[in-house]
Design a protein around this ligand. Structure first.
Ligand SMILES: NC(=O)C1=CN([C@@H]2O[C@H](COP(=O)(O)OP(=O)(O)OC[C@H]3O[C@@H](n4cnc5c(N)ncnc54)[C@H](O)[C@@H]3O)[C@@H](O)[C@H]2O)C=CC1
Ligand SMILES: O=C(CO)COP(=O)(O)O
Length: 330
């Protein structure tokens, strides 16, 4: 079985930096591609990423570069670029046959592509995998216990990557259900916004539990229709991540929702922030994909309309609560 030793990480936000640190903590050399020159300089000089992961001390063996060509020497690449910017970065990646392991959570506007779909189009010669689960970046960087799904269509590839990135406190579970892992991560972000809205509007914990549960029903409907396995959606990359981000103000999606719930508008909340709340990008895309496929996703659709400023929180809640009664299995 191939063993991967020379990892590169493409994307120096909070999650890319935390994953690079995970792999470099034992002194292994890890190359991190970072778009922002000030962040490259801070990582190489001070071993810190003050913009995206303040507070985490980084190993000296983790080095940053702003040249994508420097990633050509790596034998596996973790790709951690937010989905709206992913296509442009993939198009600039140097050619090679090192596997791409996608760690971003979202669906692209217009194409309805998940990261793996973009990779099939732009880097078909490379093997592909998905890494997704309940993983706040600052906790992984701090070495706190974490479990995650590592999915690849080729089980041997998944097992080889899982073995190479596993650490005593970081435990990947192997799966071949790539689409399930991608759908779980993309949809939980949208539902985290919904739960933040409920929190910001002071609607109580019953409402939050109802949203998690009915939101999971939406994730399951969408996932099963696209060939995902129920056990993946009920696992770390689906329900596990849903619970994490729907219950914590460490989640950027949840805090965006809290602002919306307090009555602030989405444009103001998202202006000037350098971090991403992927759910705000994915909500209209998933809602449109579901509509096109005839899949009922009222919560995701409502989040999309709230983020677009097309409805107010009070009206949206009223509309959701006044839907006709139905059986729970639907
Ligand atoms: N932060 C976390 O705890 C976790 C994040 N993720 C996912 O990882 C992905 C990346 O998120 P974070 O690392 O948290 O990002 P972040 O929010 O910390 O930083 C924003 C990132 O976007 C990049 N960016 C901004 N404009 C860009 C452009 N025009 N072209 C290319 N890149 C651009 C920045 O360089 C930076 O890397 C997202 O899909 C997120 O959902 C997944 C698991 C955990
Ligand atoms: O995906 C995450 C944890 O698994 C991070 O969530 P946020 O992007 O909402 O902060």
């Amino acid at each position: 079985m191939t063993s991967y030793r020379n990892f590169g990480v493409v994307g120096g936000g909070a999650w890319g930096t935390a994953l690079a640190q995970l792999l470099a903590a034992d002194g292994a050399p890890v190359r991190l591609w970072v778009r922002e020159e000030d962040v490259v300089a801070a990582i190489n000089a001070d071993h810190r990423n003050p913009v995206f992961l303040p507070g985490a001390a980084l190993s000296a063996s983790l080095t940053a570069t702003s040249a994508l060509t420097d990633m050509a020497a790596c034998d596996a690449l973790l790709v951690v670029v937010p989905v709206p910017f992913l296509r442009a970065v993939l198009a600039e990646l140097p050619a090679g046959d090192a596997p791409l392991i996608f760690c971003s959570k979202g669906m692209e506007a217009g194409s309805f592509a998940f990261p793996i779909d973009m990779a099939r189009e732009l880097a078909p010669q490379r093997p592909h995998a998905v890494l997704s689960g309940p993983t706040f970046a600052h906790e992984v960087a701090a070495g706190l216990p974490t479990a995650i799904t590592l999915a690849a269509a080729d089980r041997d590839l998944a097992a080889a990557i899982a073995g190479a990135i596993a650490r005593p406190h970081f435990r990947p579970y192997v799966s071949t259900d790539v689409i399930g892992a991608e759908i779980g991560g993309a949809i939980k972000n949208i539902l985290a916004i919904a739960c933040g809205i409920v929190d910001g509007a002071g609607l109580g914990l019953n409402a939050r539990a109802a949203l998690i549960s009915r939101g999971f029903a939406e994730m399951t409907r969408f996932g099963l229709a696209r060939g995902a396995q129920a056990e993946t959606l009920a696992g770390l990359a689906g329900l596990g991540d849903l619970v994490l981000t729907c219950t914590s103000s460490n989640s950027r999606n949840f805090t965006l929702g809290q602002g919306l719930g307090r009555g602030e508008d989405a444009e103001t909340l998202m202006a000037d922030r350098r971090t991403v709340a992927e759910g705000a990008f994915s909500a209209p895309v998933i809602a449109a994909a579901a509509r096109a496929d005839g899949i009922d996703m009222p919560i995701c659709d409502t989040v999309a309309r709230l983020v677009a400023g097309e409805t107010r929180v009070a009206d949206a809640i009223q509309a959701l609560l006044s839907r006709p009664l139905r059986s729970e299995g639907r």
